[in-house]
Design a protein around this ligand. Structure first.
Ligand code: NAP
Length: 261
């Protein structure tokens, strides 16, 4: 229980993409701090199992909402119908169409835009309004080192992650006077089921456990617009964004992403 965190960002936190991997780690870290939860993901059984484990383990309320965030309007209608006072949004869900752009179906690109761009944008808009009225709250948007520059074979995903970082920076400044803290978590590799499925070879240098990334992000909320969890990832971001010329940064990233299919 963390009374200061709960009074600043409670009573309820929405974790969008909150049933597995990093989303489950965010949910558990928030439950440990005493926040009640609204967990959104598609696979209902897994979602219900996590909600019930956290509710019993931490004595909190955990509401599962089985919904596809590609249709954020439907998900928002269900969240909006809850009698819960929402003081925090963690937007974790993402879809990554991996592989050559020329061979990627337009439907998959549209899905990435819906899940990674339209949904966090509109959820932030919808949920920040009552936070602004209350004069307190928080928003965490998941970004990625892949979004620090163009990333071949992950071009669309990387662009959506760049969008989230830029959105968070703008909102950080804009919403601060209203008492709402906004943070982009610019993560390197995280050892989630999604990552292990996509990355067939050894994990990238600096790969982190999901619970460490979630803790790092929640501790950074309210301290600045961006957090990069892990020393190796902070060095990587410095090299990619400050030291290298743009085309060299893209080439370096391509050494990691260029073979993805
Ligand atoms: N993993 C990494 O190496 C890495 C690196 C940098 C940044 N990130 C970012 O960190 C976040 C988590 O990454 P991850 O891919 O590794 O995922 P993850 O933490 O394993 O979780 C994905 C979660 O989102 C849910 N989800 C996915 N698509 C959804 C949709 N359309 N509607 C509702 N829920 C959805 C999943 O549940 P259901 O399947 O039940 O829907 C699951 O609970 C993402 O924003 C990603 O961009 C990840």
């Amino acid at each position: 229980m963390d009374a200061r965190f709960k009074s600043r960002y409670g009573p309820y936190a929405v974790v969008a993409g909150g049933s597995d991997g990093l989303g489950a780690a965010f949910a558990e870290a928030l439950a440990q701090r005493g926040l009640d939860l609204v967990l959104v993901a598609r696979q209902e059984d897994r979602l219900r199992a996590l909600a019930s484990r956290l509710a019993q383990g931490y004595g909190i309320d955990a509401i599962p909402i089985a919904a596809d965030l590609a249709d954020v309007d439907a998900a928002m209608a269900r969240i909006g119908a809850l009698p819960a006072g929402i003081g925090l949004l963690v937007y974790n869900a993402a879809y990554a169409p991996i592989g050559p752009f020329a061979e990627t179906d337009a439907d998959r690109l549209a899905r990435a835009a819906a899940v990674n761009v339209r949904a966090p944008l509109l959820l932030a808009k919808r949920l920040s309004a009552p936070m602004i009225a209350r004069g307190r709250g928080g928003i965490v948007l998941m970004s990625s080192l892949a979004g620090a520059q163009g990333s071949p074979n992950l071009a669309a995903y990387a662009a959506t992650k760049s969008f989230n970082a830029t959105l968070a920076e703008g909102l950080w400044k804009e919403l601060k006077p209203h008492g709402v803290d906004v943070l982009a978590c610019v993560a390197g590799a995280i050892l989630t089921p999604g990552y292990r499925q996509a990355e067939k070879s050894r994990p990238a240098p600096g790969a982190m456990e999901a619970r460490d990334v979630a803790e790092c992000a929640l501790r950074a909320l309210g301290k600045g617009p961006i957090v990069v969890p892990g020393a190796v990832n902070r060095v990587a971001r410095f090299v990619l964004t400050r030291l290298l010329p743009r085309r060299a940064a893209i080439a370096l990233m391509a050494r990691n992403t260029g073979g993805l299919s």
